[in-house]
Write a protein that binds this ligand. Structure first.
Ligand code: PLP
Length: 444
């Protein structure tokens, strides 16, 4: 493994970099100082940069490549479908769409009966919210301050024709604090206290907003980009009970946590709750073709039997995306990918990261499950003050110099390899995190 960083040395790599800088506007970034890493190929848990440097991909890109890069079965399914039928209107029935819905529902709660397909996670949440509003006739949506649900919202309200009207809500989104014991909003010192107080807070917010105006509670089962916050035991069941008490739809966002990331098909499988609507994307086909969707309970699905569902997308259930979902789920089942993620989490990452924290005082907390972990970096374990951005810059440089492509968010390293990661790759990565943190601590 060479580790010469992101310098581009060959012609294609150089051209890729130049064209990107000249003509591509990047997400969430000031463009001038943005310095993209050119990637020219990838395989399994490794990516190859424009200059030939190979990196262990412990980001899974945007935490989506659950099955690893270039899985041959998924690539072949896309190619085969492309030969047969590359695109079709969503109003037609096509076999891969039905097969994909059936394969997804096979892993969902028995109370679910249908899937609405979208192009990604944001539009999955948009459509889940739309369903909840239609079904309840209410408009408010409660969601957590620490959450990410996607980057859309204005398009349908900007729309001029009839489709705007059933989706135009004057009031809308209300936020509340979810459980996060390490930085508790509730002065809690145990998971039990955090759980009980967070539930009490949620119910107070819901009632104060007027329960009869609340359509849905929308939650990431495990808060992802906001910090890999695994809810304490009993929290999700408590949210379910509150939703039931006030006839509010419970939407669980499994866009990042689902399809193996947490070591189970859905992260809520480990919490014994059944949501009314489940949103998914990312891991369902590892993003080989953009896809997402909403898994819908029979009760909500049947509401639209004799009422128009006022939502739709040109590429809903796109054949290439559907073929990739069918192949990806089949490969995950046959190759025991979910089981691997669970075992890696329990046997290697949990003890390995805990050991790392023993050696590095900069690690304030380690938390996670499956292949979904965060190391929270602090200047002082007592005050828990987050390390400044410059330290995170140094962490990134040191990790990449040793051949690991990281996922960093705020003051955290998210340890999020593909679900197919091997024991040897985890051992290598743990060694790299150790060395990089040692280098960063020495330089401070
Ligand atoms: N929900 C969660 C939990 C996510 O992590 C993301 C993306 O990171 C989204 C929704 C949005 O998905 P997309 O970027 O596919 O629209």
């Amino acid at each position: 493994m060479t580790t010469s960083g992101s310098a581009v040395s060959d012609d294609d790599g150089r051209l890729a970099y130049q064209l990107d800088k000249a003509h591509v506007l990047h997400s969430w970034s000031a463009q001038g100082s943005f310095d993209p890493l050119v990637i020219r190929s990838a395989q399994g848990c490794e990516v190859e940069a424009g200059d030939g440097t190979r990196y262990l991909d412990f980001s899974s890109q945007l935490v989506n490549v659950n099955i690893g890069h270039q899985h041959p079965r998924v690539v072949a399914a896309i190619a085969e479908q492309a030969q047969l039928l590359t695109t079709v209107a969503p109003s037609h029935a096509v076999l891969p769409r039905g097969l994909a819905a059936r394969a997804i529902l096979a892993h969902a709660p028995a109370s679910c009966s249908k899937v609405f397909f979208t192009n990604g996670g944001a539009d999955a949440n948009e459509n889940a919210i739309r369903m909840a509003r239609q079904v309840t006739g209410r408009d408010k949506v409660l969601s957590a301050y620490r959450s990410y649900h996607g980057n859309t919202g204005a398009a349908i309200v900007a729309t001029g024709d009839w489709r705007r009207v059933p989706n135009e809500f004057a009031r809308g989104h209300v936020h509340f604090f979810g459980p996060y014991l390490y930085r508790s909003e509730f002065w809690a010192s145990t998971p039990e206290q955090e759980c009980e107080r967070a539930l009490q807070h949620l119910e107070r917010v819901l009632v104060s907003e007027g329960a009869s105006s609340v359509a849905a509670v929308l939650l990431e089962t495990i808060v992802g980009t906001g910090g890999v916050l695994v809810p304490p035991p009993g929290y999700l069941a408590g949210v379910r009970a509150i939703a039931d008490r006030y006839d509010v739809v419970l939407i669980l966002d499994e866009v990042m946590a689902g399809f193996g990331r947490a070591g189970s098909w859905f992260a809520f499988d480990q919490h014994d709750v059944a949501p009314d609507l489940i949103t998914f994307a990312k891991g369902v086909n590892s993003g080989y073709v953009p896809a997402g969707g909403v898994i819908i309970s029979e009760q909500i699905a049947s509401f639209f039997d004799d009422r128009v569902f006022p939502g739709g997308l040109t590429y809903s259930g796109h054949p290439l995306a559907m073929a990739s979902i069918v192949a990806s789920i089949a490969a995950m089942e046959d190759e025991k990918v979910i089981e691997n993620a669970a075992r890696i989490g329990a046997d290697l990452l949990a003890p390995g990261l805990a050991e790392l924290a023993e050696r590095h005082p900069v690690i304030g907390e380690v938390r996670g499950v499956g292949v979904f972990w965060a190391l929270e970096l602090v200047t002082d374990r007592e005050t828990r003050e987050p390390v400044p951005a410059a330290v995170m810059g140094a962490v990134k440089r040191e990790l990449m110099a040793r051949g690991l492509l990281p996922f960093l968010a705020d003051n955290r390293i998210h340890v999020v390899p593909p679900c197919i990661v091997t024991d040897a790759q985890v051992e290598t990565a743990l060694g790299i995190y150790d060395e990089a943190l040692t280098a960063v601590e020495a330089g401070r």
